[in-house]
Every structure is written in structure tokens, then in C-alpha cells.
Design a protein. Structure first.
Length: 190
């Protein structure tokens, strides 16, 4: 049915990457996310759910993908996903505070950039799920499955630390720092 192709409102349309899935794979991902949305009306916003389902579908059947996501959503050991807009918005402030404490030179660079730090950190999960190369994302998600959401904070801190080192080394004039971080992630080589 055509309804499978419509993503539920809990998905962030700007973070709906299919990671090289075929049309059939994308249909499976959308079906999985629609089922989860139907079964969990309390989940109003979960921007990494769709990209995670697409990533899982590279390695498992749609049924296994659905079961894995259900288990992650039900986990009481770790928080695997933010499930509301408010909780998702709060993560940028958590990352800002972590950067201020653990990545002070990078944080200082961002405060001097002319852009609000909240704007810079506003879409930080896109650095991971949109901008990083696929092979890095696979390894990050492996760690995520063992450690929970906090791994995304660690990766983002590493991104801003590495970005700031490169930014200072090139003595770049002030530019669009949000786009620069995105470009840095896309071109990252480790």
C-alpha cells in the first residue's frame, strides 16, 4: 500500500537517511517505523529511529529489525532513544555543557564563531547520522548498542575537538561554522 511510504510524524524528515537501501529496503524501514509509531503513540519525536532502522536492515530481516528496535525502546538498562521533542531539544544543552567542561578549546571556538552555541549544537545528531561516512556510523552504532545514547555524546565531543584543532590550524576566517562542522564530518578520515 502507498501508506507505507509515508513516514510518521515522530521521524525528523531532515534526518531520514536510508544508507544505500534499495526501494524495497526503504519500504521495509518505513513499515517498521510506522508499526512502532502505531504501537507507541507516546513516542512523539524520535529523530534517530528511522536512520537506525535503515542501518539495521543492512544486517537483518525487517522482523528482526522491528524486534531489535522494540527491545531498545523498552530497555530499562540504558536510554537508547529520545522519544519526545522536548527531550531531543534538551540533548543540545547537554552536549553544550559537556563541551564546555570536556572540550573547552572547541567550546570557546564556537562561542567566538558569531553563531549561537545552541544553534551549532541544535542538530548535532545529524553530524553522526547524516554527515559521517557509513562505515564509521556502523562502528558507532555497535558501541551504541553496548553503551546506549551516551556514545553519541562522546562521538560528538570527539567531532568538535577534532574540528576545532583543524579549524585553528588552518586559521580559517569566520565562516558558517554549522556547515563547516558538517563538511568536516563528511570528509573525516581516521
Amino acid at each position: 500500500s502507498n501508506e507505507c511510504w509515508i513516514l510518521p510524524s515522530l521521524v525528523d524528515p531532515d534526518n531520514s537517511h536510508s544508507y544505500f537501501l534499495t526501494a524495497g529496503g526503504m519500504e521495509h524501514a518505513k513499515t517498521v517505523v510506522n508499526l512502532i509509531s502505531h504501537l507507541h503513540p507516546d513516542i512523539t519525536y524520535c529523530p534517530v529511529l528511522y536512520p537506525m532502522s535503515c542501518l539495521f536492515l543492512h544486517y537483518m530481516s525487517p522482523e528482526a529489525c522491528f524486534n531489535c528496535l522494540q527491545a531498545l525502546l523498552a530497555s530499562t538498562k540504558f536510554c537508547y532513544f529520545t522519544q519526545t521533542k522536548v527531550k531531543t531539544e534538551a540533548t543540545k544543552y547537554v552536549l553544550r555543557d559537556l563541551a564546555k567542561k570536556y572540550a573547552k578549546p572547541a567550546y570557546d571556538l564556537m562561542t567566538r564563531s558569531g553563531e549561537s552555541v545552541e544553534v551549532i549544537f541544535g542538530n548535532w545528531t545529524r553530524w553522526i547520522f547524516r554527515d559521517l561516512p557509513f562505515q564509521y556510523l556502523v562502528r558507532i552504532v555497535d558501541s551504541f548498542l553496548l553503551e546506549g545514547y551516551k556514545i553519541f555524546y562522546r562521538i560528538s565531543l570527539a567531532i568538535v575537538i577534532l574540528f576545532a584543532k583543524g579549524y585553528r590550524n588552518h586559521n580559517s576566517p569566520k565562516t558558517d561554522i554549522v556547515a563547516d562542522i558538517s563538511k568536516f564530518c563528511t570528509n573525516m578520515s581516521i
